[in-house]
Each structure stands twice: as structure tokens, then as C-alpha cells.
Design a protein around this ligand. Structure first.
Ligand code: SF4
Length: 335
């Protein structure tokens, strides 16, 4: 039978577990092979994940499972996303969704974010986690490649109230050669679908001389989806099969982004120490409304939050923020 969780639409059965190796066929239904098994749980600043416009300053508990439906040549989490999920089970944690939610609360986290691999490959467990976190009033977010089917995308939107989609590139050659998929059409469709109901940020990992030519068309696509969409242009330091590739050139990428800042006011450029492009400016009056630090390699953090609620303190323009600003030590109410 076919698995319809993602656009791979793999045929399951006879020992075939799909490209992600996370599903099996049983009694005419698609089942998870490793339900409620987690590869990690850790505490992180939400800005590091990155989410810049959701619950600014908050403490997130990050989780993941194993396996992935894409085959990115530069994957930074290949040790768990590209390995055979059966081979890493000894290192996995066994927690019920209710236990995960309790642990997040105990660790002082305001929300839980699925970050390590692709949530589509563990959707039934995440639907259970969604039900538990809703009961506890704990928001759930995720990073996703959005190569899901439309039905699965609606399930993602049901579980997660804030989502960061990795829009890796647009050209067919790039998709085939570097991601192992025929094209990015489903990803573009799903960004629009998610943005209609959910808080969406988008990340594009830029690889020097590989997908930097897609900056213009991606910017145009996002401006069309909505000018309030935050776009993280991420200076990718390739890993896995591309670990000897050149690091992207900061000045060249900044120059390529400059002309799009008028149509997309929330463009960020980071993953290197001391980036100047991590603050939020008011699209109306230009005041700096949120200041952040970038320490590189996912080490971003909130510095100062000048908004009043979600409004610019100078002109009152509403900044696109999902949820409220949350103190890192929310329990104590301090930074
Ligand atoms: S989720 Fe996994 S098994 Fe299902 S279609 Fe996608 S790659 Fe195949």
C-alpha cells in the first residue's frame, strides 16, 4: 500500500519501509515503526532554532526522532536523519507525549519545538504530542522541509502553531542533485497552505555557487505569499557529503539580499558570529524594534525587545509577532 504522508508516496509492504524507513504496512494501514521514540530532548533559545517572530526570548525544549524523506547532500544532522532508523534505536529515548510535556514544563520551557529531522516521518506520535500539549497549554512548533502531501500538511498545521519551513532551493537541477527530489513545487504549495492558518517563517540555507542563484526567485515568491513573512537566509557550513565545500561569501550574499529588503522587511542573514542582519526594523518608520545577538552556528539570542506588545514603540506599526514576548527565566520573570 502507498504511504501518503509525503510526496514520495512510497509503496510499503514486503519489508519496504519507504525512503524515510519510518513507516510500515500492517493490516492495510500505514503504521509508525518506532512510535514515541525520541532522539533528543534539550533546552534552547527560540532564536537559535531559528524563530525570530514567535514567542521572542522564550526557552524551548527541542526534540526530534530519526529518519528523513529528503536526501540532502549537506545535512548537518545526518547522524540521525540519514542513518537507518533501526540502527539508532539503542540511543533513543522512550517517552510518552505526556511525559515530554511534563519534562518541558519542569525544564522551565515555554514551548516544545521539533527540530532534528523531518516531523512528517513521525506524524502519528506528533499528533499524540499535539493533543497532550494542547491540554497543558504548551505551544508546539517545528522545522520542516514541507515536502508533505496536502493532507499531511493539514495535520502538521493541526499539531504545530508555529513552523519554520526550509525552502532550500528552486531549480530542478538543485532539487534533483542535492535533495533527491524532482522539484520544489510541493514545498511552495505547502508554504502557502501553512501560511493561511499558521505562523510561518522560512529558512534558506545558502551554499556558495550551488543555490545562491535562487535568492531572487525565492524572495519574489515569499513577497507574493506575504510581506510579513520572516525569511532567514542561513550561511550554510556544509556537512555530510559536502563537508569540503566552500563557506558562503558574506558580502556577496548581503549584496544579493539588499534589493529585496524593500519588499520583504523581515529578511535576516545569519549563522556567523556578529551578523549585523539579525535585528528587526519597523517596516514603517525604520526604528530598531528587536535587537538580537548572533554567535554563529545556531547561537542566536534575544538582546533587547523594544516593541510595546507587538507594536513599534515609535510609530505604533504592528510587527508580525506570533504570541507574546516571553522571559527566558519565565518562572522567575527575569532574563
Ligand atoms: S513519509 Fe516516509 S514512507 Fe511515507 S511517503 Fe514519505 S518517505 Fe515514504
Amino acid at each position: 500500500m502507498k504511504c501518503n504522508y509525503c510526496e514520495r508516496r512510497c509503496e510499503l509492504g514486503d519489508g519496504n519501509y519507504g525512503v524515510c524507513r519510518m513507516y510500515r504496512e500492517e493490516g492495510g494501514a500505514v503504521r509508525e515503526r518506532f512510535p514515541r521514540r525520541w532522539s533528543t530532548y534539550a533546552v534552547s533559545r527560540i532564536e537559535s532554532l531559528p524563530f525570530y517572530h514567535a514567542y521572542p526570548g522564550s526557552r524551548s525544549m527541542t526534540i526530534g526522532t530519526a529518519g528523513c524523506n529528503l536526501e540532502c547532500r549537506y545535512c548537518a544532522n545526518a547522524f540521525v536523519a540519514r542513518e537507518d532508523p533501526a540502527a539508532v534505536q539503542d540511543a533513543m529515548y522512550d517517552f510518552t507525549p505526556a511525559q515530554l510535556v511534563r519534562m518541558a514544563a519542569k525544564l522551565g520551557c515555554h514551548n516544545i519545538v521539533f527540530t532534528v529531522n523531518e516531523p512528517t516521518v513521525s506524524l502519528p506520535s506528533l499528533l499524540e504530542l499535539g493533543a497532550e500539549s494542547r491540554k497543558a497549554g504548551m505551544p508546539l512548533g517545528c522545522l520542516t522541509n514541507a515536502y508533505a502531501t496536502e493532507e499531511a500538511t493539514d495535520l502538521l498545521a493541526e499539531v504545530f502553531s508555529f513552523v519554520n519551513v526550509s525552502l532550500k532551493g528552486l531549480s530542478r537541477a538543485f532539487c534533483r542533485q542535492y535533495l533527491g527530489i524532482p522539484n520544489a513545487g510541493p514545498v511552495l504549495r505547502n508554504i502557502k497552505r501553512l501560511a493561511a492558518t499558521t505562523h510561518v517563517e522560512v529558512t534558506t540555507p545558502v551554499i556558495q555557487s550551488v543555490n545562491d542563484g535562487d535568492i531572487d526567485p525565492i524572495a519574489e515568491f515569499l513577497a507574493d505569499v506575504g510581506q510579513g513573512i520572516p525569511w532567514h537566509v542561513f550561511r550554510l557550513l556544509p556537512e555530510y557529503r559536502m563537508k569540503y565545500a566552500a563557506y558562503p561569501h558574506i558580502a556577496a550574499i548581503d549584496a544579493a539580499l539588499e534589493k529585496h529588503r524593500r519588499t520583504l522587511p523581515y529578511i535576516y542573514f545569519h549563522n556567523f558570529v556578529g551578523s549585523e542582519w539579525v535585528n528587526t526594523l519597523c517596516p514603517h518608520c525604520g526604528a530598531t524594534v528587536i535587537e538580537r545577538f548572533s554567535l554563529g552556528c545556531g547561537g542566536d539570542r534575544l538582546d533587547r525587545y523594544h516593541c510595546r506588545g507587538d507594536a513599534c514603540p515609535e510609530c505604533g506599526y504592528r510587527i508580525a509577532i506570533h504570541g507574546q514576548r516571553v522571559a527566558w527565566n519565565a518562572k522567575e520573570g527575569t532574563e
